[in-house]
Design a protein around this ligand. Structure first.
Ligand code: NDP
Ligand code: OXD
Length: 300
């Protein structure tokens, strides 16, 4: 809490910042909340709530609350720094797959001189991004910067310089066939649940790579492990899991073709998130519209 309070004060916010569980706070005095996964039912008990700020870009842990006050705007954390961090992570993941980082790390841990020649270069490796939103567009730019051809698949067609856009179910398989490294940057919705499963993986070229930085609910981990075993996938980087933290006994930890990262692809510091929220509160109080609000009908 002191970190958050300092960060809001440094951002010039005039709000009184209190901890979620502070028993001295009158629920009727709370106008704004900044939350990641609030206990179901708690938000509904704040009668004067004006805005819910999600502390992440994905707000699925907030919308999972059956009592979520749907009339209160819910704002996603779409800061430029978050997109920058995500772009860096996705570019690192794509390069890690290209250069065999998992294999190199395993050999080093055993002091083993495992000489091999990575086969592909970036210009020969098309990266296909599923979800060309705030995060996906930043990742596309950075990947292009080091020579990866980039294509993308989204719900509606997009115009991003140099990125071939595929949209909707009808164009999904054409997108997958043209993809050598698949990056999932979709929001968690009923439509995207278990999208990263055998039927989709089968549509990729043999030996494709996979990066999931969306949500664990989007992957069927047993299908991904089977595809890595069969060689359908040559490697994967998974940052998100159904159960987080990933339990120590989970087979994903030790798979030789899988890099596991602990849901850290894009984690803007508290100072950046507080400054962003402070700016939006000031805008809201001037009567301006809030950006990046969650659309209940669309589900993201
Ligand atoms: P946006 O809402 O800006 O973009 C979402 C994109 O997904 C849009 O292009 C949208 O298409 C597309 N999309 C949504 N549903 C479908 C569908 N059914 N079929 C095809 N495309 C679809 O989100 P962000 O880029 O800000 O974030 C994306 C997700 O990344 C978050 O929801 C979160 O789950 C994850 N994330 C993970 C982080 C991590 O650390 N691992 C950090 C930050 C985010 P259209 O534009 O046509 O509507
Ligand atoms: C996010 C995340 O959604 O960190 O921002 O997963």
């Amino acid at each position: 809490m002191p970190d958050w309070q300092r960060a809001f004060a440094a951002a010039g916010a005039t709000v009184d910042v209190r901890w979620w569980d502070d028993a001295t706070v009158d629920p009727a005095a709370v106008r704004y909340v900044l939350v990641w996964d609030p206990e179901p039912g708690r938000l509904a008990k704040l009668p004067k709530l004006e805005v819910i700020f999600g502390s992440g870009a994905g707000v699925d842990f907030i919308t999972a609350d059956p009592d979520l006050p749907r009339h209160v705007p819910l704002v996603r954390m779409a800061t430029p720094g978050a997109a920058q961090r995500m772009g860096e992570f996705v570019t690192w993941a794509a390069l890690s797959l290209l250069k065999g980082a998992r294999r190199i790390g395993a050999a080093q841990a055993e002091r083993r001189w495992d000489y091999f020649e990575p086969e592909w270069t970036a210009p020969e490796t098309t990266v296909g991004i599923m979800g060309l939103g705030h995060m996906g567009a930043a990742a596309a730019r950075m990947l292009q910067g080091i020579g990866f051809p980039v294509i993308a698949w989204s719900r509606t067609p997009k115009q991003v310089p140099g990125v071939r856009s595929y949209a909707g179910g009808a164009e999904r398989d054409a997108f997958l066939t043209a993809t050598r490294i698949l990056v999932c940057l979709l929001p968690a919705t009923p439509e995207t649940r278990h999208i990263l499963a055998k039927p989709l993986l089968d549509a990729l070229p043999d030996g494709a790579g996979l990066v999931n930085v969306g949500r664990g609910s989007q992957q069927k981990i047993e299908d991904i492990l089977a595809a890595l075993d069969s060689g359908k996938l040559s490697g994967a980087v998974l940052d998100v899991f159904d159960q987080e933290p990933l339990p120590p006994e989970h087979p994903a930890w030790t798979h030789p073709k899988l890099l596991v990262t602990p849901h850290l692809a894009s984690l803007p510091p508290r100072s950046e998130r507080a400054a962003h929220v402070a700016k939006l509160i000031a805008a809201h109080e001037r009567g301006e519209a809030l950006p990046n609000t969650y659309d209940h009908a669309r589900g993201y």
